[in-house]
Design a protein around this ligand. Structure first.
Ligand code: UDP
Length: 251
């Protein structure tokens, strides 16, 4: 791999900054310590979160790639930088739910903790200005964000990610309750998993803990003011590192 020079800031999101590099096929992602919830109404700085999410995400991307799932991931550098391929991110958040939690239980008469088999797949329009609304079939068609074939490909890829991650996490004593994916197209038109996969974007429950609050090892600790956010993310990293070696350094 070739060394690179950091270029201008392309985009700053709630948890990451994306930088151009001097190479057209390489983008650098900096994971920040900023935590936000409820469409950024709740904000805090959590020291160490950036490093934890970068490492967890990198290990999960490496695991997915070894399982044949294409991602934008290329490697890490330092503790909170990830190198990725540039992708045109589709403005759709794909949420897969294996167990009912979060918004599903607020919007539907489904009790939290209800197993969902087959897993529920929900698509949301990714736009903070509109509050990331749930997409209906007709709205998705109206927005022309993807064609029918791309949508089928996107959903199949998300379900493959779920199968691989469910298997991985259950072996680590963790219940993958639900998670959000972002997907995008590379310059050569391939559909890949982009963004991050971390306790910021997944709900993970410790299978050995019965208490409904104590078992939470994800961003719900921040959303619900439960404390111990960094400790919980650290526990997830420790378990993932127990079975996936790395992450691989870029360059
Ligand atoms: N999620 C996310 N970003 C979002 C919305 C949801 O990463 O903008 C993740 C969230 O952490 C959870 C899953 O997607 O793991 C399902 O979230 P849900 O729809 O239940 O919304 P929430 O309860 O987070 O408002």
């Amino acid at each position: 791999m070739t060394p690179y020079q950091l270029g201008p800031l392309l985009y700053e999101g709630k948890a990451k900054r994306i930088f151009q590099t001097d190479q057209p096929d390489l983008v650098a992602v900096e994971f920040k310590d900023d935590a936000t919830a409820f469409n950024a109404l709740k904000k805090a700085e959590l020291k160490g979160k950036g490093i934890l999410n970068c490492s967890i995400s990198a290990l999960l991307f490496e695991h997915l790639q070894r399982a044949g799932v294409p991602t934008h991931y290329l490697g890490v550098q330092g503790h909170h930088w990830m190198l990725v391929r540039p992708v045109r991110v589709i403005p759709i958040e794909v949420v897969i739910r294996n167990v009912a939690a979060g918004s599903l239980c607020k919007q539907m008469p489904i009790a939290a903790g209800t197993p969902l088999d087959p897993p529920l797949l929900d698509l949301y329009y990714k736009d903070d200005a509109y509050g990331d609304p749930l997409l209906s079939e007709a709205r998705l068609e109206r927005l022309s964000l993807v064609n029918g074939e791309q949508r089928r490909e996107l959903e199949a890829l998300a379900r493959r990610v779920n199968a691989v991650l469910l298997d991985l996490f259950s072996g680590l004593g963790l219940q993958l309750v639900d998670f959000k994916l972002e997907l995008g197209f590379t310059a050569d038109g391939a559909l890949v998993v982009a963004d991050e996969i971390s306790p910021d974007t997944c709900r993970l429950w410790d299978l050995d803990v019965v208490d409904a609050q104590e078992r939470i090892l994800d961003k719900d600790r921040f959303r619900q003011d439960l404390g111990g956010v960094i400790e919980a993310y650290g526990e997830v990293l420790k378990r993932v590192q127990g079975v996936i070696h790395g992450p691989s350094l870029y360059g």
